[in-house]
Design a protein around this ligand. Sequence first.
Ligand code: FAD
Length: 483
Amino acid sequence: MSALGHRAIVMGSGIAGLLAARVLSPHFAEVVVFERDDEAATPGPRGGVMQGRQLHTLLASGLEVMERLMPGLERELLSRGAIRSPDVGLTARAFKFGSWTIAGAIDVAMITMTRPLLESCVRERVSAIPNVVFRYGEAVEEVVYDRVEGRVTGVDSSPVGVAPGVEPLPAALVVDARGRGAPVAQMFKAWGAEPPDEETLGLNVGYSTVIVKKPAGFSADWFSVLLASTPPDSPAGMMHPIEDDQWIMAFCGRGAAKPPAGWEPLLDYAGRLPQPTIRDCMRLSTPVGELKVYNFLAAVRRRFDRARFHPNGLLVVGDAVCSFNPLYGQGMSIAVLEAGILEGLLAGANEEASEWREALWRGFYAQIAPILDKAWGQSFALDGLYPETKVRRGPGFALRKAAFLWAQKLSITEPVLRRRMMRTAQLLPEAPIGLGDLAASQWRLWRGRGSRVSPATFQAPGEALGGASSAPGPARQEHAVGL
Ligand SMILES: Cc1cc2nc3c(=O)[nH]c(=O)nc-3n(C[C@H](O)[C@H](O)[C@H](O)COP(=O)(O)OP(=O)(O)OC[C@H]3O[C@@H](n4cnc5c(N)ncnc54)[C@H](O)[C@@H]3O)c2cc1C
């Protein structure tokens, strides 16, 4: 039953901590999850995850692995109000770099919901595992490192607001899932060790999210809307359906172009986006609850994969390893992919092998590195185009920028490249897109110049109400092949 020891401890019960507990549970007699927040009586936003009120997209890669770890989860989410698009390539309405993109199958289903719904369904699943014990309202104060043994041996915790006074709880393995605020550097320094290097992308980006009730009788032939920004201008907007016939709408801007806090100013802001679609939907809808603003200064990647020191018996997961620009919806899905990797490594670990702890962290950081490289690279490519972003762009940046812009523009109308780029953005396995792929895509466009592909004839918001509304909407869009 407990191949790797009596107890594993997980610090933090966000998405990363919950999934870590799930994959640890078959390998330890007990898994104790410490969570600083109190147990919630009903699913809802909570203090320990302040970003939980903002729009949260679960990428297809994350959904796929979550479903494998918790079979039937998708069905349960849908029964509790999540909404499914069988193929977002056909139903997502996207405007970028001055044009509506074409529609076309990419074989990617997506479900959308609020983050509290997703987290509560996952929490219920993990709480139902008999050997997982939650200690709510208890913050971990210290991770105990035994210098003689050269490993982490447990944690010191205390109820929130009470000084620690009890014996540390011993564990064979401790997982740090305390989110982006996890005090990793302090922890390593307290052990007299050098913390891992950090890479940062200074973003200075602001988000405003509002939930609205859809107008009665609204039935559109599209699922979601993305109005991407055109660098150097940064205002962008997106909306998708969630529980209870509602939409969640998020606006994003950088530096002086951050979105405002009130409903009326936000309507104005929505009107300044490259298309009025979201503003028109706002005008047809009723806001529900408060509008929430979140400032995100920097994405941070801690390079555990290159660290000169790492204690055995400790694993760091989720945002505590790497936090991303929220705009690309990567954070939760990366946490899920990490859990999938941890599951595989635990299956091959054996307490009899004395070095299993070292093999675990070495294998874990080595295997998550390519996934983080890919997600971080996608963010760097786009974020680097905005003057507000503070990052070392390096000598080859001008060339990479030209290739990136070329790819973006081609993918508006060229279906093969669009499919690959959309699947890559979902962190699905796709070969990297190189200059040869862009040339081939350009050739396909030239060859087919004048013919038409899958025109995206999405309805304007007013049309989706059967013409009952007077709200102005963009006319149906049609796209010719050729740039
Ligand atoms: C504005 C915004 C929008 C976002 N949108 C998306 C999106 O669309 N899609 C997406 O995938 N991601 C999105 N993200 C990122 C996503 O929220 C994170 O990647 C994800 O929450 C990381 O999960 P985590 O479990 O690592 O950390 P968290 O969710 O931050 O959880 C950390 C947990 O640790 C607990 N904790 C902290 N300290 C202690 C302690 N000392 N003792 C015990 N418990 C402790 C906290 O209470 C919390 O429960 C967004 C982020 C932001 C800021």
